[in-house]
Write a protein that binds this ligand. Structure first.
Ligand code: PMP
Length: 410
């Protein structure tokens, strides 16, 4: 079978693949705990359900403009005003099938073959793959100091004449790190000066803890929408627990939005009208559901920290946002059980029926990403099982479902 070189170079999405593996095991009746997927458990907001149901029952479901329903774009404009203090025009907004497609559209629009995109490790798994799909070259920058916070000097050292864009994601998937205001201001200033696009993936921007705020990049530029290098990506997946509705958007200059619209018109025509109606319902409805979710997740973060702090040899940086934590398991890799984080993750699934994501997928070998977007019970039971599987000081017997298991490999 003939498959293009480019298509072959694109890796499978490890998080979606792990999620599928967990689903299959669960269908077989296995008591799997899934700490891999990043999606809140809450139901979609009632205003989202009602507005999409009304659209559906009208039976009048048609193409929308390629860049999105005007009424949804209006809701996004209001969201930008309320949350970013920015007045934007409808021509500055394009709605897509999730922030993932938004990011693809941006990169497809700005990259020439061999252009470089700077990606800050630890990074969301899809960034390098999407860059490659647009014939670009991902350039990974890893903080030298072992922290999860990027440093300007490392970024500046990686910039070349081919650098077209830098992607920032704060609060960060997978580390939960919220980048400092100082860093955001420096990188905005740098990108404006060097004419490098700064793609701010703000998909988790309100999921922040301990009273801190994630500074929006727009705050640090006085350029208008048509001349700034800042491009903002957001969506309803994470803050409203609407991952399955697949609605994201980009705010950028009119020129970029116009070209992205052409690309979208030639690929998917538009996003489903029903799902756009749902997103509009969420954005126009009561916003306290976002705060309720945030409080639940902050509590989960506290539980995860408490459980990990008594895990022998595991080092963990406290997440300040998102619903992920990226503990350092180098005490357990390489070891008798695993040579690397991929093997460690497989080992934990096989022995303890806990799904985790290997740090390697995020550019942080030796770590595992755990999601605490699920229930407190999943978090406590999941980590208890991990301790049982790895830590000689943990009791060597455990019940998994109704099976009593004995650790006999350490
Ligand atoms: N950016 C980041 C950092 C993410 O973690 C995700 C989802 N995992 C996305 C974008 C994509 O979100 P969506 O569901 O809107 O495509």
């Amino acid at each position: 079978m003939s498959i293009s070189q480019l298509a072959r170079s694109v890796a499978e999405s490890p998080t979606l693949a792990l999620n599928e593996e967990a689903r299959i095991l669960r269908e077989r009746g296995e008591p799997v705990i899934n700490l891999s997927i990043g999606e809140p458990k809450n139901k979609a907001p009632i205003t989202a359900i009602l507005s999409s149901a009304a659209k559906l029952t009208s039976g009048n479901v048609k193409y929308t403009p390629a860049d999105g329903l005007p009424s949804l774009k209006k809701a996004i404009i209001r969201y930008m005003e309320e949350n970013y203090d920015r007045m934007v025009a409808p021509e500055n907004v394009i709605v897509s099938a999730g922030a993932k497609q938004s990011i693809f559209n941006i990169l497809f629009t700005i990259l020439n073959p061999q252009d470089e995109v700077i990606i800050l490790a630890p990074y969301w798994v899809s960034y390098p793959e999407i860059v490659k799909m647009c014939y670009g070259i991902p350039v990974i920058v890893t903080p030298e100091d072992g922290s999860f916070h990027p440093r300007m000097e490392d970024i500046e050292a990686a910039v070349s004449s081919y650098t077209k864009a830098i992607i920032i994601n704060s609060p960060n998937n997978p580390s939960g790190c919220v980048f400092s205001d100082e860093f955001i201001s420096q990188i905005v200033e740098f990108c404006e000066r060097k004419k490098i696009y700064l793609i701010a993936d703000d998909i988790y921007h309100k999921l922040v803890f301990d009273g801190i705020k994630a500074a929006p990049a727009y705050r640090f530029t006085n350029k208008d929408l048509e001349s700034t290098m800042v491009i903002v990506v957001n969506g309803v997946s994470k803050l409203y627990g609407m991952t399955g509705f697949r609605i994201g958007w980009v705010v950028a200059s009119r020129k970029l939005v116009e070209v992205m619209t052409n690309i979208q018109a030639q690929t998917s025509s538009c996003t489903s009208e029903i799902l756009q109606a749902a997103a509009e319902g969420a954005l126009m409805g009561m916003q306290n559901i976002v705060e309720t979710l945030r409080l639940t997740i902050e509590n989960n973060r506290n539980v995860v920290m408490q459980e990990l702090s008594s895990f022998n040899g595991v080092r963990v940086i406290k997440p300040a946002g998102t619903f992920y934590v990226l503990p350092d398991f180098r005490a357990y890799v390489p070891s008798a059980v695993a040579k690397n984080s991929v093997e460690l993750s497989k080992f934990l699934l096989k022995k303890a029926l806990v799904v985790t994501v290997p740090g390697k997928e995020f550019g942080m070998e030796g770590h595992l990403r755990l999601s605490y977007s699920g229930s407190v019970k999943d978090i406590t039971t999941g980590i208890e099982r991990m301790k049982w599987a790895l830590d000689t000081q943990a009791p060597n017997e455990i019940y998994i479902g109704d099976r009593k298991l004995i650790r006999d490999w350490l």
